[in-house]
Design a protein around this ligand. Structure first.
Ligand SMILES: [Zn+2]
Length: 415
């Protein structure tokens, strides 16, 4: 069944009844309702409670969800889902001992994907992105943050952002676009990096903002990539053009990225494998969301971010795949939840919060990531006896039905 089939079936009101466990979030606790019901009117949730208390309604479509666990539609809040080409060759090199930085220095890594992406037409990239978005939806993901950053020229960055903008016309998923022109210095600017930073600030950002192609601006602030000073300069330009800020911070080395996020008022500081104590204090004071990407640590066999210390400091944690062709080629967000449990000692309740409510915070959205009247009707149903089974029975896709804006957007063949 494809999206267009669903498009033709327009239900004004849909009610999901007899949900075995419905998971929603209060300020600081997770609420589990049994034999629950959710009613959606158009794109919004209008009623949540126990099935036997459901008020009667006319011309209602009801879906029996016996034996299913219902979560808010998952939000993958940090991805690089638009790219061409593949990097299996680098995977083999890494297995033979080559490091991430070493592969980048040999023209691999981001610049390898940049070349394939520059050589791809917008239509070709869109077809790839559609496949990726369908795969994300099947895992229960209803909102996908996607970054540019494999174009690294004005036209190629715009091309990527247009693909991100156009994607929801082809797959029932919502995209949140982040401009990441400062992902790497492209080869033609190798010896004049100031000129590339100026291009990002003076040409790319104003055009992206004027064409409303992105909500956020991100920078890869890292040793041998962009310095904290260059990041400040790019962030200042982004703020001037009303783009909100995200940062690839303190991933491979500590460059004070977390502190910079607090100083500049970023919405999220992502990665943080090498965050310092001062960085943790700065985030805790400022309310910046920590976007953790443990799939990267797993895949690169590197250290994990200190999730428990961040939680103890009161910092909200979002978890995301970081889906990209180099350091984390998976879209399986539930698998990332398992890695967060086993490697960072997060609890199942904490990881659920990290891919829903907190992920919504990390993309500045208050209307998604939870199940309550007034919220957008984005729901993910899992064929498991309990929410804990989702990270516990790892590596498998338990998602059987996805609702996006009040309409069934995906059903797995077994459902
Ligand atoms: Zn990333």
């Amino acid at each position: 069944m494809n999206y267009h089939t669903f498009e033709q079936i327009r239900f004004a009101m849909m009610t999901f009844i007899h949900i075995a466990q419905l998971i929603r979030f209060d300020q600081d606790r997770m609420e589990i309702s049994v034999d629950a019901a959710v009613r959606c009117d158009g794109e919004r949730i209008v009623w949540v409670g126990r099935t036997h208390e459901l008020p009667p309604a006319d011309s209602d479509q009801t879906v029996d969800c016996r034996d299913l666990v219902c979560l808010p539609g998952l939000i993958d809040s940090h991805t690089h889902s638009v790219f061409a080409g593949s990097r299996e060759h680098e995977f083999e090199l890494k297995l033979q001992g080559a490091g991430y930085a070493e592969i980048a220095a040999r023209g691999g890594g981001i610049l390898n994907t940049m070349t394939s992406t520059r050589h791809s037409s917008k239509e070709h990239l869109l077809q790839i992105a559609i496949r990726h978005a369908r795969a994300a939806l099947a895992f229960g993901i209803t909102t996908l943050e996607i970054k540019s950053g494999y174009g690294l020229s004005v036209d190629d960055e715009i091309k990527m952002l247009e693909v991100i903008r156009d994607l929801p016309a082809h797959v029932p998923i919502e995209t949140i676009a982040t401009f990441l022109g400062a992902h790497a210095v492209p080869p033609e600017y190798k010896d004049r990096r100031e000129a590339y930073v100026a291009l990002v600030c003076e040409e790319m950002i104003p055009r992206v903002a004027a064409e409303k192609l992105a909500s956020f601006c991100d920078v890869f602030c890292e040793t041998n990539v962009f310095t904290p000073d260059e990041t400040r300069q790019i962030f200042a330009a982004a703020k001037k053009h009303q783009l909100k800020l995200k940062l690839h911070a303190d991933q491979l080395t500590n460059t004070g990225g977390a502190e910079l996020c607090a100083e500049m008022g970023a919405v999220s500081a992502d990665h943080l494998e090498n965050i310092s104590d001062r960085g943790i204090e700065a985030l805790a004071r400022s309310g910046v969301v920590a976007g953790l990407l443990p799939g990267c640590s797993f895949y690169l066999n590197m250290q994990y971010p200190p999730a428990r210390r961040l939680i103890t400091a009161g910092i909200p944690i979002a978890l995301a795949t970081d889906f990209n062709p180099g350091s984390c080629p998976t879209q399986n967000l539930p698998l990332i939840m398992t890695i967060a449990c086993t490697q960072m000692k997060m609890t199942p309740a904490e990881v659920l919060r990290a891919v829903t409510v907190n992920a919504a915070k990390s993309v500045s959205r208050g209307d998604i990531g939870n199940i309550a009247p007034g919220m957008q009707a984005d729901l993910a149903f899992f064929d498991v006896p309990s929410y804990t089974t989702i990270p516990y029975r790892f590596g498998q896709n338990h998602c059987t039905m996805v609702v996006k804006r009040g309409k069934i957007a995906h059903r797995s063949p077994i459902a």
